[in-house]
Write a protein that binds this ligand. Structure first.
Ligand code: BGC
Length: 874
C-alpha cells in the first residue's frame, strides 16, 4: 500500500481546507454547530424528490410503500413500475430470503474481527464483495453494518459490532457502506440507537438524554462518524426506548438525524420495532418492516383521513422509500437465489481474517511454529474439528464450506501424522440435534419421520421424512393443518455408540411428551411464555433435558410429540410452532482431559482450541458470564501443565476472563469468529505464513466486576416500576476511556503483537486548516519479518473544567512495511471532532482553549511520539 493510499484509506472526510498554516488564533475555541461541518448539507432539504411520481400515486399506494410486503421485501407498485426491494442480513454473510437460515453464502468473519483489522480500505473491498454476494441472492438492500458500541463485555450482539470506540466503529462501517453502495446496492446500518444489550431488547428504556454527553460522545458519535464517511441509503431504527420513548417514535429522528445531521436516507424499523401508526409516522419513521403491515395499511389511511397524520408526512416518507428504491433498482432481478464459490471471494475472506486475528501473548519464541522442523504437535479441543465461524442470530449465515483448523495444520506440516488430535471436553451450551448417522427412519434409511395431526385425529394430515429432527413453522403451517389444536411428532430409532446415562432433550414451543420404546420418559403439560425471540434466537430457553440409561449398539425408538401453541391474544407477531429432538452421549470429563494430557506430554507443542460459540454469543440474549465453562478451564490448565509449550487459540466475540489460565500458557491468539476461511487464517498465523496485525478494538479486562468493567453494575436492564430500564451510569468512561484502565485491563484497546518490531519517529503537524489538521508519523520496521503496523493517533486534552478521558482515538492508519523499511504515515484529524467535547449546557460540541497533545502509538506502549497543539479562545 502506498502512502497516498494509506492517507486516502483513512480519509473518510472530504473537507475544503484553507491552507493558512496558523494554529493559534485562526480558529477560536468555541462551540461549533453540527451543520457547520456536516457534509450532508443538502440545499434541497425539505423539497421532496420524485414529485411527479408522488403525484401519480394514490394515497393507498403511497401508504402501501411504507410497509413491507413480507419478511424480506418492501412493497412494490406494479402499476407504476416500482419494484419491491429484497432486504437481507447481513455484513458477515449475505443470506437469502430465509433471514435466519437461507441459501449458503460466503461467510466472512464477524464484525469484532473487522474492528481489529483497523483497515478502512480492506473494509471497502469487503463492502463491494458483499454487494456481489447479495446479487447472487437477488437482494438489493443489505442490513448492516451494526455499529452499536461494545459497552459491556456481556452484550450478546457485541460480536456483530466493531468496537468500544465510536470513531473506529464509524469509519470502518462507513467504508463497508461505501463498498456496498459503489455496486448499486443499498446499505442499512443499524441499530439507531443505544441498542447495546439484548435482554428485554424489545422494551427496555435507555434512560439517557440524547442531548446528554454520554450518548452524544460515545453512542451517537459512532453514527455521526458513519454519516461523515458515507451516505447510507437507509438506517435501521432500533427496538429499545431512549429516554422513555421508543426510538421508532422519538423526536431525535427529526430533531437530530434530519435537522441537525441533515441525514436524508430512509428510516427502516427493526423487525417488529414499529409500535404505532400515528406516533411513528409523525416521528418520521419511513418504512415498517417486516410485512405484512400491522400498523400501517388501512390503519394509516384512516389516520390520515382522521387528521392524526398529515398527508405531507406520508408524502415525505413515500419519497424516501422511492429514493431507496432508486438507489438500488439497477440491481433488481427476479433470479433464484444461488451460492457461487469464487476464489477471489475466499481470498478476501482469508485476508480479512488474517488481518483481524489478534496475537495477545507470545512468550518463549513459541510462535511462529517452525514447521520445517516437523514438530510433534498435540491439537486439543472441539473447535479444531467443529470450527466456530460466527456468532448466533440474524448475523449468522450458512457457510459454503467450513475449514477445520486441524486439517489446515496437517496440510502445513511436512509429516502430518506427527499431529495428534484429542477432542477434549464438550464445548456446547445446548444439547445438539440427534446425529443423522446414529438414526434410522421407518424406511430403514438414516433420518427422521415427521407427522402432523389435526386435533382429535389419528390419521396424519401431512407426513415427511427429514435429515434433521427439526420442525419450525411461523406463518406457514404444513398442508392440511388447521390454525389451532394440532400436534406434530418427530420419531426415529437411535443406536448409541457408547453405554451410559445419555441425554435426550426436547426444544419445544408447546406442551410435549417424549417416549423411548413407547415408554413415557419426559413430558411438559404447558410450555411457558415463548416469544418469537426465544424461538428464533434462544434455544437454551426452550430446552428440556431427560437422562436415559442406554446401551451401546442397542436400538431405541424415540418419539417426541409436541402440541401447537395457543396464540396469544392481540399479539401482532405470528405464533411460532417448533420442536427439535436432541441427543448427546455421556462424556467422561476426567477421561477426556486425561487423554489430552497424555497427548500433550509427549508433544513439542500443544495447541488448544477453546472459547465460545454461537450458543453463548448471539442475538436475543446477553452472556451470563465472561468466564469459560469450568470444563474448558480445567482442560486448558491440565494440558498446559504438562506441555513443553502451549498455544491457546480462542474463539469469541466478547472478551474472555483469561485470568485463571493466562499465566499457564505461552501464547494466546484471539481468533474471534473468523468466518469460513478462519481455519486457514489461524494456521497461517501459527506457522508464520502471515504476520499477525490485528489490534484489539475493545479492551479485555483483567476481571469482570465493577472495579474492572465500568458498566458492570448497570447491565443489563433492571425491572423498575416503570418497566425495564438501563442507565449508562459510567458515562463516557467506556473501555479505554475509563481512568483506571492501565490497572484494570488485561490487554488494552489497540493492543496486538506482531512477529516483527516497529519504531516510531517524529510526529509532524504538516497541515493546518480551518477545519482539519494533518499529522504525519515516521514508522520503521526494525524486525526481520514484513508486516503491517497500525498507527493510532490519540488526542490528550488539556486540564479543563469538565472531566475528559485521558486520551481518545482520533485517527489511524495501517501501513505495510518490509524489514528495514521506513515510511511516513499521514492522518487527517477534523478539528471539531478531534478536540471537542459535547457541552450539555449549550447542546453543542465545544473546543476548549488550551494545549492539546497529539500522541501516536498504541496506548499500552511507552514508545509513542507526540506534539502539542494550542487552540486559543477568542
Ligand atoms: C435484528 C436485525 C435484523 C432483523 C432482520 C432483527 O431481529 O435485530 O438486526 O436485521 O431482525 O433479520
Amino acid at each position: 500500500m502506498s502512502l497516498a493510499e494509506i492517507s486516502s484509506a483513512n480519509d473518510a472526510h472530504v473537507v475544503a481546507v484553507a491552507h493558512n498554516g496558523k494554529l493559534e488564533s485562526e480558529v477560536c475555541a468555541n462551540e461549533i454547530s453540527d451543520s457547520e461541518a456536516s457534509q450532508h448539507v443538502d440545499s434541497d432539504h425539505g423539497r421532496l424528490p420524485y414529485p411527479e411520481l408522488l403525484q401519480a400515486l394514490t394515497l393507498e399506494e403511497k401508504v402501501a410503500l411504507l410497509s413491507g410486503s413480507d419478511f424480506v421485501r418492501s412493497t412494490g407498485i406494479p402499476r407504476l413500475d416500482i419494484p419491491p426491494l429484497k432486504i437481507v442480513d447481513s455484513i458477515n454473510g449475505v443470506k437469502g430470503s430465509d433471514l435466519h437460515h437461507g441459501t449458503p453464502t460466503a461467510v466472512f468473519p464477524s464484525s469484532t474481527l473487522y474492528g481489529s483489522t483497523w483497515n478502512n480500505a480492506l473494509m471497502e473491498e469487503l463492502g463491494a464483495c458483499l454487494a456481489q454476494q447479495a446479487k447472487l441472492k437477488s437482494a438489493q438492500v443489505i442490513l448492516g453494518p451494526t455499529i452499536n458500541i461494545h459497552r459491556d463485555p456481556r452484550g450478546g450482539r457485541n460480536f456483530e459490532c466493531f468496537s468500544e470506540d465510536p470513531l473506529l466503529s464509524g469509519q470502518l462501517a462507513a467504508a463497508i457502506v461505501r463498498g456496498i453502495q459503489s455496486q448499486g446496492l443499498a446499505a442499512c446500518p443499524k441499530h439507531f440507537a443505544c441498542n447495546e444489550s439484548e435482554f428485554k431488547r424489545r422494551s427496555y428504556d435507555v434512560a439517557e438524554d440524547y442531548n446528554g454527553r454520554t450518548v452524544r460522545e460515545i453512542y451517537l458519535a459512532a453514527f455521526q462518524e458513519l454519516l461523515r464517511g458515507c451516505e447510507p441509503a437507509a438506517l435501521m431504527i432500533s427496538y429499545n426506548k431512549l429516554n422513555g420513548v421508543h426510538t421508532t417514535e422519538s423526536p431525535f429522528l427529526k430533531d437530530m438525524l434530519r435537522d441537525e445531521w441533515k441525514y436524508n436516507g430512509c428510516l427502516v424499523s427493526d423487525w417488529f420495532a414499529t409500535k404505532s401508526t400515528a406516533a411513528s409516522m409523525n416521528a418520521g419513521l419511513d418504512l415498517e418492516m417486516p410485512g405484512p403491515t400491522v400498523f400501517r395499511g388501512q390503519r394509516l389511511i384512516d389516520a390520515v383521513r382522521d387528521g392524526l397524520v398529515e398527508e405531507k408526512a406520508v408524502d415525505e416518507s413515500a419519497a424516501r422509500v422511492l429514493a431507496l428504491v432508486e438507489a438500488a433498482r439497477s440491481s433488481v432481478s427476479g433470479a433464484p437465489e444461488r451460492s457461487e464459490i469464487r476464489p477471489e471471494t475466499n481470498a478476501l475472506a482469508l485476508r480479512i481474517a488474517s488481518e483481524g486475528i489478534v496475537l495477545l501473548k507470545s512468550d518463549h519464541y513459541v510462535l511462529p511454529l517452525d514447521m520445517r522442523r516437523a514438530p510433534k504437535i498435540a491439537v486439543v479441543g472441539v473447535p479444531a474439528t467443529e470450527p466456530v465461524i460466527s456468532g448466533g442470530g440474524s448475523a449468522s449465515a450458512p457457510p459454503q464450506y467450513i475449514q477445520r483448523p486441524l486439517d489446515c495444520l496437517r496440510e502445513a506440516h511436512p509429516v502430518p501424522s506427527l499431529i495428534q488430535y484429542v477432542r477434549g471436553v464438550n464445548t456446547n451450551r445446548i444439547v445438539p440435534t440427534v446425529p443423522l448417522a446414529q438414526t434410522m427412519s421407518q424406511t430403514g434409511e438414516p433420518g427422521f419421520d415427521i407427522a402432523y395431526y389435526n386435533s382429535g385425529c389419528d390419521e396424519p394430515a401431512y407426513t415427511e421424512r427429514q435429515a434433521v429432527p427439526v420442525v419450525a413453522m411461523v406463518r406457514d403451517l404444513k398442508p392440511g393443518l388447521e390454525e389451532t389444536g394440532f400436534r406434530y411428532e418427530i420419531s426415529t430409532t437411535i443406536t448409541p455408540a457408547s453405554t451410559g446415562v445419555h441425554t435426550l432433550a426436547a426444544r419445544v414451543t408447546g406442551a410435549f411428551l417424549l417416549f423411548v420404546d413407547n415408554e413415557l420418559v419426559g413430558s411438559l403439560s404447558e410450555q411457558a411464555e415463548v416469544s418469537m425471540e426465544d424461538f428464533l434466537f434462544e434455544p437454551a430457553r426452550l430446552e428440556h433435558r431427560i437422562s436415559v440409561p442406554m446401551v451401546a449398539g442397542k436400538s431405541y425408538h424415540v418419539r417426541l410429540v409436541t402440541n401447537a401453541r395457543i396464540p396469544k391474544e392481540n399479539d401482532y407477531e405470528p405464533t411460532p410452532h417448533g420442536a427439535v429432538l436432541c441427543y448427546e452421549e455421556y462424556v467422561n470429563e476426567r477421561a477426556s482431559i486425561a487423554e489430552a494430557v497424555q497427548a500433550a506430554s509427549s508433544a513439542d507443542v500443544s495447541i488448544i482450541f477453546a472459547g465460545r460459540n454461537h450458543e453463548y454469543e448471539s442475538e436475543g440474549f446477553d452472556l451470563v458470564s465472561n468466564s469459560l465453562p469450568d470444563a474448558q478451564v480445567k482442560l486448558i490448565k491440565a494440558v498446559a501443565a504438562v506441555s513443553h509449550r502451549t498455544v491457546l487459540v480462542l474463539n469469541c466475540g466478547n472478551p474472555i476472563n483469561v485470568s485463571p489460565f493466562v499465566d499457564d500458557v505461552d501464547a494466546v491468539l484471539n481468533a474471534h469468529f473468523p468466518g469460513q476461511e478462519g481455519g486457514q487464517a489461524v494456521t497461517d498465523i501459527l506457522t508464520g505464513k502471515t504476520n499477525p496485525s490485528g489490534r484489539l478494538a475493545t479492551t479485555w479486562p483483567k476481571q469482570f466486576d465493577q472495579e474492572h468493567v465500568p458498566s458492570f453494575d448497570h447491565f443489563p436492564a433492571r425491572l423498575t416500576d416503570d418497566g425495564y430500564k438501563i442507565q449508562y451510569a459510567e458515562g463516557v468512561q467506556v473501555g479505554y476511556r475509563h481512568p483506571g484502565v492501565e490497572r484494570t485491563a488485561q490487554w488494552q484497546f489497540g493492543f496486538g503483537l506482531s512477529y516483527t518490531t516497529f519504531e516510531y519517529s517524529e510526529l509532524v503537524i504538516s497541515e493546518v486548516a480551518h477545519a482539519s489538521i494533518t499529522v504525519s508519523i515516521g514508522v520503521k520496521n526494525t524486525g526481520i519479518y514484513p508486516g503491517h503496523e497500525v498507527v493510532q493517533a490519540f488526542v490528550v486534552p488539556p486540564k479543563a473544567n469538565v472531566w475528559r478521558p485521558a486520551r481518545e482515538l482520533k485517527g489511524y492508519a495501517k501501513v505495510w512495511l518490509l524489514p528495514g523499511e521506513a515510511r511516513r504515515v499521514s492522518i487527517e484529524l477534523q478539528k471539531k471532532d478531534a478536540f471537542s467535547y459535547w457541552d450539555e449546557a449549550i447542546k453543542q460540541w465545544k473546543v476548549e482553549a488550551g494545549t492539546y497533545r497529539l500522541v501516536a502509538g498504541p496506548l499500552s506502549e511507552a514508545w509513542t511520539v507526540e506534539k502539542e497543539v494550542t487552540w486559543s479562545g477568542r
